[in-house]
Design a protein around this ligand. Structure first.
Ligand SMILES: NC(=O)c1ccc[n+]([C@@H]2O[C@H](COP(=O)([O-])OP(=O)(O)OC[C@H]3O[C@@H](n4cnc5c(N)ncnc54)[C@H](OP(=O)(O)O)[C@@H]3O)[C@@H](O)[C@H]2O)c1
Length: 213
């Protein structure tokens, strides 16, 4: 059975998945790169940014689970581009001509575009649909493999709230952002639906895994 999974979703101690003020110059708002420093220090993260090498410990092992058995991704409009990207016909996402998804990738937006076929197996499809309907479409495209909910925090929150996510991997980063895009709002007592495990690592982050009961 195809599962719906969240991986490497990095949040501050106060639960923000991005800072305030997202823009072309500051994709993560005032959070800058701080939420993902742990990941770019790993071998997995290094391969994403073309760096030569990275760590091979627990952070790396956890980060690599992002890739295993995934047949499609769903992401929010604010992950795909800065505010207003829908008005720029040249916009092709943050990731260059070969995005690191390598599967059909569904971008939720109220202003959908025709599909964008990129190199390396990624095609961006733009969908104006609720979580359940979007998941149905992505599952069909995933051909029996799992569907990753790629974030940001508000799309992750919507899918969790709708009871659609089987596996959640959240990385708690020891910074306090104070403002931005929140993950946990409205998800009171969500932990009761999941078996929860936590591992802290030498980099200072905590990997929380939540597996639906
Ligand atoms: N911390 C992490 O690990 C992580 C992971 C991924 C991304 N990010 C960062 O998080 C930020 C984006 O997160 P976010 O929470 O601001 O936004 P988001 O979840 O990426 O996108 C939210 C937007 O998606 C569209 N949308 C959502 N649900 C929809 C639906 N059912 N139907 C149609 N459109 C829908 C709406 O945009 P429109 O109304 O404009 O169409 C909505 O404002 C970026 O800075 C990104 O780089 C962080």
């Amino acid at each position: 059975m195809s599962r719906t999974r969240i991986h490497n979703l990095s949040i501050s101690l106060d639960g923000f998945g991005a800072g305030e003020g997202q823009s072309l110059e500051t994709p993560m708002g005032h959070a800058g790169e701080r939420l993902h420093e742990w990941m770019f220090a790993t071998g997995f993260g290094a391969s994403l940014i073309g760096a030569e090498s990275g760590s091979e410990g627990v952070d790396d092992a956890m980060a690599r689970r992002h890739e295993e058995g995934i047949g499609a991704e769903i992401m929010g409009a604010n992950k795909f581009g800065p505010p207003g990207w829908q008005d720029d016909p040249e916009w092709r996402g943050w990731w260059g001509e070969t995005p690191p998804f390598h599967t059909p990738t569904f971008v939720l937006t109220h202003r959908p575009w025709p599909p964008l076929e990129m190199a390396g197996g990624t095609t961006f499809h733009f969908l104006d649909a609720g979580p359940a309907q979007a998941l149905e479409v992505a599952r069909e495209a995933a051909g029996g493999l799992d569907v990753r909910i790629g974030g940001g925090a508000s799309v992750a929150r919507d899918f969790i709230a709708a009871g659609l996510v089987d596996d959640i991997h959240v990385v708690v980063v020891p910074i306090v952002l104070g403002r931005g895009s929140r993950l946990w709002d409205g998800l009171e007592a969500i932990e009761r639906d999941y078996d929860v495990e936590a591992v802290s690592t030498a980099s200072g982050v905590i990997h929380l895994t939540m597996t639906r009961r």
